[in-house]
Design a protein around this ligand. Structure first.
Ligand SMILES: CC(C)(COP(=O)(O)OP(=O)(O)OC[C@H]1O[C@@H](n2cnc3c(N)ncnc32)[C@H](O)[C@@H]1OP(=O)(O)O)[C@@H](O)C(=O)NCCC(=O)NCCS
Length: 178
């Protein structure tokens, strides 16, 4: 378990899959993600089996938000495409409960992920891609310390439009542990 103030990150369980089917089938939630097709619990179970074959360091972590004495699962985040020689990793994040957006949870989860990436995995560079039309995500990443380092022009097609994809990253030397 990776613990913060209002958030904790834990391993994903089979019992979580129905939650993710609900969250990811919401078009407002998936607008910022690679997903573009409706998918079923059977699809998600297949994804879960494939995910378990990936290295442990790249398994997604469920984001849980403290609600009184309980912890509510609201999304997930994690590393992928880790290059151990260059000490580079990419991150992704999803908070699918929309009533919890804009309350700082995404930023707090990303800060926990950065601490895990730099202090536990010993990475040197942590990067992500974000669509230009996702200002909430861009603002949240800036608050966590990511800087914009480039733009892939018209690299994504969604909702009848080509979208630029911004590349952002944090280097260990500029990361401020909080
Ligand atoms: C992206 C995501 C993780 C952010 O989490 P969050 O908890 O909503 O983010 P935070 O509350 O920490 O920060 C959001 C910031 O964006 C700001 N914001 C929201 N809408 C905005 C808009 N339209 N324009 C500019 N800023 C905006 C908020 O005011 C807040 O900034 P502030 O604290 O300076 O006021 C979450 O919204 C999410 O999972 N969305 C769906 C999936 C997704 O898009 N994932 C990212 C893929 S790259």
């Amino acid at each position: 378990m990776i613990c913060g103030e209002r958030i904790r990150l834990r391993a994903i369980e089979r019992e979580d899959l129905s939650l993710f089917v609900r969250l990811l089938n919401d078009p407002e939630v998936s607008a910022g993600l690679l997903h573009y097709l409706p998918f079923s619990l059977a699809d998600e179970e297949q994804w879960f089996l494939e995910m378990q074959k990936r290295p442990m360091d790249e398994h997604p972590l469920v984001i849980e938000v403290r609600q009184g004495d309980d912890w509510l699962p609201v999304g997930d985040c994690g590393f992928f495409k880790i290059d151990w020689r260059c000490r580079v990793g990419e991150v992704g994040i999803l908070i699918g409960e929309k009533h919890l957006w804009n309350q700082g949870y995404g930023t707090e989860a990303m800060l926990l992920l950065l601490r895990h990436g730099f202090n536990t995995l010993n990475l040197n560079r942590i990067a992500l891609d974000v669509y230009e039309n996702n200002p909430r995500a861009i603002r949240s990443y800036e608050k966590a310390g990511f800087v914009n380092e480039g733009r892939k022009r018209q690299a994504m097609y969604k909702d009848g439009k080509y979208i630029d994809v911004l590349q952002m990253s944090v280097l260990r030397e500029e990361w401020k542990e909080v």
